[in-house]
Ligand binder design. Structure first.
Ligand code: NAP
Length: 253
């Protein structure tokens, strides 16, 4: 890849799952990557995988809901890797329950990580993007944005991210910054494994059952999502903004 198309990317929640696959994919695309997660030592595996392939990566411990930590993480990234102009807001949690059992804490925690986290990270990184007159923000939404039993908090946050995405696309477009969302369907990660455990189901059985409902007859992998993020973060997607790309093995999950 030509030197001038190499960028610095920030991926949150990149210690594992979709975030780890996305960080590795963006590194393969030629970008230096700040591998951000709650626990800095937990980022070591992703960083090692990138470095093993000759890429450049930095482990950054950050709670995306904490404005001071976010500011410090972005400043450290800029200092050690260069000004970040690609941001993937991927960090996420679930605290599933039916409405009548959903606690205020479970509501607040989920809304905080997905919405406040994406807001704080985007606000902190945008100055580097607007200064460079180039930027890419990709937010991780979900098919749950369309409604999913037991996920009132999560679906509200993931639907909220779609509105956030469209508004940032309008505000930042004049500065050469595109903002899009990827909305995965069922992806096999620790998050969906935890869902199986909570439901008292074997993960393999849950995946097999889910696959039967998906037109392509399989569940997704983190690499399926990483590929979509890579496209939206690249030069070829420069005229695509404010969009929600469902990556779900069928029409909108
Ligand atoms: P995952 O395996 O649970 O990984 C999420 C990562 O985010 C974890 O490493 C977690 O750290 C980190 N994280 C949580 N809270 C954080 C915070 N406050 N600050 C920084 N990092 C934090 O999840 P995944 O399945 O890869 O999902 C990644 C994204 O895709 C999420 O936004 C999720 O909602 C979305 N998504 C997933 C699916 C799916 O089927 N898997 C479908 C649709 C959308 P800890 O381990 O320390 O908590």
């Amino acid at each position: 890849m030509p030197e001038n198309s190499r960028k610095v990317a920030v991926v949150t929640g990149a210690a594992r799952g979709i975030g780890a696959a996305t960080a590795l994919r963006l590194a393969r695309d030629g970008h230096a990557v700040a591998v951000c997660d709650l626990d800095e030592p937990a980022c070591a595996g992703t960083v090692e995988a990138i470095e093993k392939e000759g890429g450049r990566a930095l482990a950054v411990g950050v709670d995306v809901t904490d404005a001071a930590q976010v500011a410090a993480a972005v400043a450290r990234t800029a200092e050690e890797l260069g000004a970040p102009t690609i941001l993937v807001n991927n960090a996420g949690i679930t605290r599933d329950n039916l409405l009548f059992k959903l606690t205020e804490d479970d509501w607040d925690a989920v809304v905080a990580v997905h919405l406040r986290g994406a807001f704080l990270m985007s606000r902190a990184v945008q100055s580097h993007m607007t200064e460079a007159r180039w930027g890419r923000i990709v937010n991780l939404s979900s098919t749950s944005a369309l409604g999913n039993r037991g996920q009132a908090n999560y679906s509200a946050a993931k639907a909220g991210l779609q509105g956030f995405t469209k508004t940032l696309a309008i505000e930042l477009g004049p500065f050469g910054v595109t903002v899009n969302a990827v909305a995965p369907g069922f992806i096999a990660t620790d998050m969906t494994a935890a869902t199986a455990a909570r439901m008292g189901l074997d993960f393999e059985d849950l995946k097999a059952g889910a696959a039967q409902q998906i037109p392509v007859r399989r569940v997704g992998t983190p690499d399926d999502i990483a590929g979509a993020v890579s496209y939206l973060a690249g030069e070829d997607a420069g005229f695509v903004s404010g969009q929600v790309l469902y990556v779900a093995g069928g029409p909108q999950g």
